[in-house]
Design a protein around this ligand. Structure first.
Ligand SMILES: Nc1ncnc2c1ncn2[C@@H]1O[C@H](COP(=O)(O)OP(=O)(O)OP(=O)(O)O)[C@@H](O)[C@H]1O
Ligand SMILES: [Mg+2]
Length: 274
C-alpha cells in the first residue's frame, strides 16, 4: 500500500534509561509521567483552564479532544512552561516540578512540542535538518558541521526510516510535501529523545494518504515515549485512539475509549449544544 512503511519495531533509544537528559531522573515507577492537578489559568478573569486534573502514563498515546476554546492548547502551554497556571501543580514523573522550570529547561528535560505549522529549514536537505536537530540537543557537540559520529549518523538514518523519509535524505526540505515536512519536524523532535511529545492538530492540510501515514507514525511512536495528540478530526482520532480525554470549558469532561466518549450524552451535548 505505502511506498514508505514506518518502522514499527520501536528499537530506537539504544542508550536506555541512563540517557535521560535531566539532572534528576524522571521517576515513573509509581505511576504517570505527567501529573496535572487542580490547574487553573485565567486570562482577564476568564478561566481557560478550570481546576483541571490530568494524568498521562509513560508510553501512552493519549488523544485530547474538545470544542474550540476548551483549553487544549492552553493545557499544552502549561505543560511546556509557556503559560504559568494561577493554581495547581504540574509534575514530570514523581519528582520533577515543572512549575519551577522555564521553557528551555522543560524542553531539555524531555518534553517537546510539535506546533501546527512545520518549521523545518526549506533551504537545507532532510539530512541537514536532522543534523540541526542534533545541534539543538545540548548534549552533543555544539557546532553544526562537525563530523557526525557513526552513532549519530545511524540515529539520523534510523529516525528518517521511522518517519518514512529514508530515500529523501538529499532532498531539500522545501520541495517536500506538507505532510513530509510535518514528519520531518517530528523526526527532528525525535532526535532529542523526548519522553513526552505534545502534538497539536497534526493533520491539518494533509492529504488523505498523508493522514493515514501520520496515524501509523504516531502509533509506532507510542511505548518509547508518551504522546499527547490534540485533534479535531474525529475520524483520525478514532484511527489512533487508545484513551481519549474530552476537555470542556477548561476541565476534563470525561475520559475513556473513543466509543465510550462518543456515546457519552454529556459529550454529545457539548459538541451539539453550542
Ligand atoms: N493569551 C490569551 N489571552 C486571552 N485569552 C486566551 C489566551 N489564550 C487562550 N485564551 C482563551 O482561552 C480559551 C481556551 O483557549 P485554547 O486556545 O486553549 O482552546 P483550544 O481548546 O485549544 O481551542 P481550539 O480547538 O480552537 O484550538 C479560549 O476562550 C481562548 O480565547
Ligand atoms: Mg488550540
Amino acid at each position: 500500500m505505502n511506498q514508505h512503511t514506518f518502522d514499527l519495531s520501536g528499537k530506537d533509544n539504544k542508550t536506555g534509561a541512563g540517557s535521560l537528559l535531566v539532572k534528576g531522573e524522571v521517576d515513573t515507577r509509581h505511576g504517570p509521567i505527567l501529573y496535572l492537578e487542580d490547574v487553573s489559568v485565567s486570562f482577564d478573569g476568564f478561566k481557560a483552564l478550570n481546576q483541571l486534573s490530568l494524568y498521562i502514563e509513560a508510553g501512552e498515546l493519549r488523544c485530547l479532544i474538545g470544542p474550540n476554546g476548551a483549553g487544549k492548547t492552553t493545557l499544552m502551554d502549561v505543560i511546556t512552561g509557556k503559560t504559568r497556571p494561577d493554581t495547581g501543580s504540574v509534575f514530570f514523573g514523581q519528582t520533577i516540578d515543572l512549575l519551577q522550570m522555564d521553557e528551555p529547561a522543560i524542553a531539555q528535560a524531555g518534553i517537546c512540542r510539535k506546533f501546527q505549522k512545520p518549521s523545518v529549514f526549506d533551504a537545507l536537505t532532510v539530512f541537514e535538518n536532522m543534523e540541526l536537530a542534533l545541534k539543538a540537543d545540548k548534549r552533543t557537540w555544539p557546532t553544526l558541521f562537525h563530523r557526525l559520529t557513526g552513532e549519530q549518523t545511524d540515529r539520523i538514518h534510523e529516525i528518517t526510516g521511522t518517519i518514512g523519509l529514508s530515500s529523501s535524505h538529499q532532498l531539500r526540505a522545501g520541495i517536500l510535501s506538507h505532510g513530509q515536512k510535518q514528519w520531518l519536524e517530528i523526526g527532528m523532535l525525535l532526535m532529542q529523545e523526548p519522553k513526552v511529545m505534545l502534538v497539536d492538530e497534526p493533520i491539518a492540510g494533509m492529504t488523505h494518504q498523508e493522514v493515514e501515514r501520520t496515524a501509523e507514525l504516531l502509533l509506532s511512536l507510542q511505548g518509547q515515549r508518551s504522546i499527547v495528540v490534540v485533534e479535531h478530526d474525529m475520524e483520525f482520532v478514532r484511527s489512533i485512539a487508545r484513551k481519549v480525554t474530552v476537555l470542556h470549558e477548561g476541565s476534563v469532561l470525561t475520559e475513556g475509549t473513543m466509543d465510550e466518549v462518543q456515546n457519552d450524552p454529556r459529550v454529545i451535548q457539548v459538541y451539539l449544544g453550542g
